[in-house]
Design a protein around this ligand. Structure first.
Ligand code: IMP
Length: 430
């Protein structure tokens, strides 16, 4: 049975929510394996809009198990705010449909403080984070001082963890001119949330392993995008987790052999939120038009997204690193009405041609994109459900993308509505 990993192949916001929802109907389990509530997935089901940050998208569907894996960093207060919001929309969440890995690290208010303090102190050199405490929580995880879900079950363990954690954070806060942490207040907050959170805790690696052996279908839902990956992204303007497909295995506790199909989500143009290099960024009318037509505002922070032409060099690179078997191409309809479209097919840096984005920040800053121009189309592609409904120029654009990124289109999405999708290959098919 093929299990499917979905990853964003650009800088996030590729339209993963809709595709994951479409696939989750076919899956038994939907698991998040990295990131936290910095993600923003919008689902439109039957005209109803659901906005998710931390919970796996499958949570809105009855009869599915949603899993938060150990690779995630979990803000328990944000979790229950999201659960309450969904409950108000008629989505019931209980231990029957949500499971959290016991070894998941917690994001605490002190992580958010540090995220903001650092961004403020950095001035122009800021990363442009979502301010959710993601980076500081991952730092504490690898620093072996984070509090994990299971630690909440035992007061002595919790106190010992707090000793290590606060010694570190108080020193940092002092350096940044902030007040020390109120330990009593934090302990009380944690002890208060513990009985709410602990019923969801489980050995996810074991449960998922058993479900896999029983032939259940698992959908691994990636967050952010490949170019925000801590190793392969545009460092340091990245998030603090591994956003590539390999993380699905270690972020839930299943071996890599559990992964059958890797689906890369790719937007028909490019966007990014926050700071950092963006070779095909458009600061002109075309960029503005992409932003307006594509409603390019962040789901989590409401920030305006930077927009640009499709960059085939970057997508070829991320598809290779994640071992993408097929892509879901989204938001093609946003390009309707452009007379001419440009696709970046290579870079020039100091007169030398590159077919990949080099790692050195100094080179990235001097990248000049090499474009290929294609005819646009005046017809509407919105809502198309078959190739026959697409104008010839749109099909040509899609085929050229496949050729350049060396990866086939498995799905094509032509509107936020889930059924406005052209299926070429079912990722769950064996
Ligand atoms: P952090 O993940 O909050 O540390 O932010 C680091 C970088 O990742 C910033 O540039 C954010 O804008 C970006 N980022 C984080 N999550 C998302 C997302 O879900 N979509 C797009 N960008 C994101």
């Amino acid at each position: 049975m093929a299990n499917v990993v979905v990853v964003g192949a650009q800088w996030g916001d590729e339209g993963k929510g809709k595709i994951v929802d479409w696939l989750s109907e076919r899956a038994d389990v939907i698991a998040r394996f990295q990131g936290g509530h910095n993600a923003g997935h919008t689902l439109v089901i039957g005209g109803k809009v659901f906005k998710l940050s931390l919970l796996p998208s499958g949570i809105v569907r009855a009869g599915k198990l949603a899993v938060i894996g150990n690779g995630v960093v979990l803000d328990p207060w944000a979790l229950f705010t999201e659960i309450d919001k969904l409950a108000a929309q008629g989505v019931a969440i209980s231990t029957d449909n949500l499971m959290i890995a016991e070894n998941t690290p917690l994001i605490l208010p002190l992580h958010q403080d540090l995220d903001k303090l650092r961004e403020d102190a950095a001035g122009k050199a800021k990363i442009g984070t979502t301010g959710r405490g993601i980076g500081p929580a991952y730092e504490d995880k690898v620093g072996r001082r984070v509090i994990r879900v299971a630690d909440l079950a035992d007061r002595d363990t919790l106190e010992a963890r707090l000793d290590r954690l606060l010694a570190h954070h108080d020193a940092l806060r002092q350096g940044l001119g902030a007040t020390p942490i109120d330990r009593a207040e934090l302990t009380e907050k944690l002890l208060e949330i513990a009985p709410k959170l602990l019923p969801y805790a489980a050995p996810v690696w074991k449960v998922l392993g058993e479900m896999r052996r029983a032939g259940k279908r698992i959908l691994f839902e990636g967050a952010q995008g490949s170019l925000l990956d801590i190793d392969f992204g545009t460092y340091p303007y990245v998030t603090s987790s591994t956003t590539m497909s390999g993380m699905a295995a270690t972020g839930t506790g299943l071996g890599p052999s559990a992964i059958g199909f890797v689906l890369g989500i790719v937007k028909a143009y490019t966007t990014r939120v926050g700071e950092g290099p963006f070779p095909t960024e458009l600061l002109d009318e075309d960029g503005q038009r992409l932003g307006e037509r594509g409603h390019e505002f962040g789901t989590v922070t409401g920030r305006k997204r930077r927009c640009g032409w499709f960059d085939a060099v970057l997508v070829r690179q991320t598809c290779a690193i994640s071992g993408v078997n097929g892509i879901a191409l989204t938001k093609l309809d946003v390009l309707d009405g452009f007379k001419t479209l440009k696709i970046c097919v290579g870079y020039e840096i100091d007169g030398v041609r590159y077919d990949y984005l080099p790692t050195a920040a100094a080179l990235q800053a001097r990248v000049v994109p090499i474009y290929e121009e294609m005819d646009g189309w005046s017809e509407s592609t919105q809502g198309a459900r078959s190739w026959a409904e697409l104008p010839a120029a749109a099909i040509k654009y899609v085929r050229r993308i496949e050729e350049l990124i060396q990866c086939p289109v498995a799905m094509l999405s032509t509107s936020p509505e889930r059924d406005d999708t052209i299926l070429v290959t079912d990722p769950f098919a064996d």
